[in-house]
Design a protein around this ligand. Structure first.
Ligand code: NAD
Ligand code: TYD
Length: 338
């Protein structure tokens, strides 16, 4: 199978690229990535000599470029490319609209130009955040109405709506996955888990928003990659598949688990001002993908967090290089005087 992956130099994309090439010895892959602040060629430097892997620097919002790429002989497109951080979307939503909404539209248009002359599948990597926030009970199903609360989740919802419309209007064989919060190797250290681990290792405070009782469902990235592969191979066109980790935890519990693994005191936690519009709880009912496609997560939170802490301890050079320049400015804006 020959596929095109967008955003393959980011966190989930790079894990997926590696997973795909390992799982399919005959598979080949083109990775198109703009290399924004979150894209890092080092995430895939081990693959640079592989004849089955081809990297192209490009923007998914560049229509001519995307048409040229998609007109090549690819059987499927997996769209990871996105601006992905809620806090940055609150600071400035414009890049989120350009990439997440307009970029997805450009890709769909490029696919429309070759389909149905050529068989081609489109997998849109979306998020459970499109469903909004839950109260104390319940879980998102694929039928839960979209109710995004941040500019990030609004842009992902808009993209999902476009994918849906292209399936219904043009019969474009597209599927959408909506996954909960990922963690694991190569995650950019602005997101909760890698930020907590790297701060703890460097002896810096761990900033927790509000009362720390906001709940996320955590999934180890390799489990997410497996689920995407199952959807890519066997997902039904026009369908949405929720993906979850069966590991709901309040943020404070996550931070304490990390400190415990590193043998550091809980007093390193600092409560800071809450995020505006902060979603209180996410929980995901992923019985559809379990029932219909036979996928279930296999890595427990305890196992996943141990592996992740270990990875960040052993790859300090990787994240210390990131935590310079633009990152330090971002960190100052975000956390100083908060
Ligand atoms: P990330 O920020 O780590 O990586 C995004 C990648 O996309 C980077 O390599 C970046 O350079 C690239 N990119 C950005 N704009 C681009 C453009 N215009 N053209 C080409 N490439 C571009 O993100 P991630 O955490 O790996 O998330 C990947 C996808 O999964 C996103 O679509 C996100 O919405 C979705 N998702 C993420 C999570 C999570 O917990 N991280 C959960 C569910 C869904
Ligand atoms: P994040 O990793 O940004 O993912 P998302 O907002 O997409 O779920 O944040 C996860 C949770 O952790 C969220 O409730 C916000 C919270 N959080 C903190 O408390 N402190 C932090 O420094 C960060 C980055 C996040």
């Amino acid at each position: 199978m020959r596929i095109l992956v967008t955003g393959g130099c980011g966190f989930i994309g790079s894990n997926f690229v590696r997973y795909f090439l390992k799982t399919y010895p005959d598979g080949s892959l083109i990775n198109v990535d703009k290399l924004t602040y979150a894209g890092n060629l080092e995430n895939l430097s081990d693959l640079s000599g592989s004849p089955r892997y081809h990297f192209i620097r490009g923007d998914i919002a560049d229509a001519a470029r995307m048409e040229e790429l998609i007109s090549k002989d690819v059987e499927a497109i997996v769209n990871f490319a996105a601006e992905s951080h809620v806090d940055r979307s609150i600071e400035d939503p414009s890049a989120f609209m350009k990439t997440n909404v307009f970029g997805t539209f450009v890709l769909l248009e490029a696919v429309r130009k070759v389909f149905p002359k050529r068989s081609i599948r489109f997998v849109q990597i979306s998020t459970d955040e499109v469903y909004g926030s839950l109260g104390e009970t319940g879980a998102f199903t694929e039928e839960t109405p979209l109710a995004p609360n941040s500019p990030y989740s609004a842009s992902k919802s808009a993209a999902d709506m476009l994918v849906r419309a292209y399936y219904h209007t043009y019969g474009l064989p597209a599927v959408i996955t909506r996954c909960s919060n990922n963690y694991g190797p190569y995650q950019f250290p602005e997101k909760l888990i890698p930020l907590m681990i790297s701060n703890a290792i460097e002896g810096k405070e761990l900033p927790i928003y509000g009362d720390g009782m906001h709940v996320r469902d955590w999934i180890y990235v390799e489990d997410h990659c497996q689920a995407i592969d199952v959807v890519l191979q066997r997902g039904k066109a026009g369908e949405v598949y929720n993906i979850g980790g069966r590991s709901e935890r309040p943020n404070l519990v996550v931070a304490k688990a990390i400190l415990d693994r590193l043998g550091k005191p809980h007093s390193m936690i600092r409560f800071v001002a809450d995020r505006p519009g902060h979603d209180r709880r996410y929980a995901i009912d992923f019985s559809k993908i379990e029932r219909e496609l036979g996928w279930t997560p296999s890595v427990s939170f305890e196992e996943g967090i141990s592996r992740t802490v270990e990875w960040y301890l052993n790859h300090q050079e990787w994240w210390k290089k990131i935590r310079t320049g633009e990152y330090l400015n971002y960190y100052k804006r975000m956390y100083e005087n908060r």
